[in-house]
Ligand binder design. Structure first.
Ligand code: GLY
Length: 364
């Protein structure tokens, strides 16, 4: 069986070597999980990766759970004194150039820096593991496909249950129930259910507002399966909607499809954004599209690459991207349509085709 953890650790070790570093202290919980499977979370341990070793330092709450299931090559130290143990490890392995993740909280940086022997360099290494995480391996793609499949089943079962008179929160709670029925672990962010004029709020979390006839309802959700999350948006209509709202629906849909059709290895994130944005601008709504076209997704809801006007990221096989253009008309309503696509050798694989993008009109 392929040892994906080992491959990830070896990639990181090669990067450290290339950067003339001897070791990295990993504090970020998602990065610890990516490298070792340890899911305690940020603040509940450290992983110290040297050029030849990887050591998980955590406390006895996790001993029984992890002692027999850490990947080969990752050893285990149980202590409440994570930082002191990390420094003992640094000394044991004769580390001279130690790096830390750039988002390490300052108080922890300062604590470790004070404890370190004076001859050890201690410098920030920005986004090294985050960069590795952008390209998904086969085990991650399996989980991401499953997350999209669960989200698809749950959302398709939700649609016939939505009626005018329900609150946004009732819709969000119903979606949560269905996601869990089909095997989702938890939501990766508070579900957005934004109806009527609130649908013009790109991140309008579900409230007690009652959904009325004649409104658009934007539903944006992400759910974890096997540690990896989906991120999907659909906008539906409840009862008849105005011609203008119908028109913006079709502009957003075409922008979404044009951007997806552009996905292939070697294309820049800014080009994908330009394709979606130009279409929306040509139809007179450029000012009403106030966010970027997409982002990577994986263990976290927001990862690289960025699909934005200023992105210098280039698409690679194994990236998992959201494509999510929108138009938001203050006081009237908004539309966003979001799919999850994998970049493949020949272009892309859309994971969310099972959820229709035709304009669904629920009769009240
Ligand atoms: N779909 C929610 C987000 O990207 O923040």
């Amino acid at each position: 069986m392929t040892d994906y953890f080992k491959i990830r650790i070896v990639k990181l070790q090669k990067l450290l070597k290339k950067m003339d570093l001897d070791a990295l202290i990993v504090y970020n919980g998602v990065n610890m999980k990516y490298l070792t499977g340890f899911d305690g979370g940020t603040g509940d341990g450290l992983v110290l990766v040297t050029l030849d070793n990887a050591r998980l330092i955590t406390d006895s709450r996790y001993e029984e759970d992890y002692k027999d299931r850490l990947p080969e090559g990752v050893d285990f130290k149980i202590t409440r004194s994570y930082y002191e143990e990390a420094i003992a490890t640094v000394t044991e392995f004769h580390i001279k150039k130690l790096a830390f993740e750039a988002d390490l909280p300052y108080n922890i940086y300062d604590y470790i820096d004070d404890l370190l022997p004076a001859d050890i360099e201690f410098d920030a290494l920005p986004s090294a593991i985050e960069a590795l995480r952008e390209v998904k391996d086969e085990s991650e793609l399996v989980a991401l496909r499953e997350a999209a499949a669960v989200s698809t089943k749950a959302f398709n079962e939700l649609i016939p249950l939505i009626q005018p008179g329900m609150t946004e929160r009732q819709v969000a709670n119903e979606l949560d129930r269905l996601q869990k029925k089909y095997g989702a672990e938890k939501a990766s962010f508070d579900t957005i259910v934004a109806s009527g004029s609130r649908s013009a709020l790109p991140h309008g979390e579900a409230t007690d507002k009652v959904i009325e006839n004649g409104e658009l309802v934007t539903i944006d959700f992400g759910y974890y399966v096997d540690g990896y999350t989906s991120d999907v948006t659909r906008t539906i209509a409840v009862g008849p909607i105005s011609d203008e709202l119908k028109a913006i629906y079709h502009v957003v849909l075409q922008a979404n499809e044009n951007a997806i059709e552009t996905v292939k290895p070697g294309i820049s994130g800014s080009e994908i954004d330009r394709v979606a944005r130009d279409y929306i601008t040509e139809h007179g709504y450029g000012e009403a599209y106030n966010h970027s076209t997409g982002h990577g997704v994986g263990l976290d809801i927001h990862e690289g690459p960025a699909l934005s006007a200023h992105s210098s990221d280039e698409l690679q096989v194994g990236h998992l991207l959201t494509i999510e253009p929108g138009i938001y008309l203050a006081g009237k309503g908004g539309v966003r349509i979001e799919d999850d696509v994998i970049v493949t050798d020949s272009g892309y694989e859309n994971l969310t085709t099972g959820i229709s993008k035709d304009l669904i009109i629920i009769e009240g």
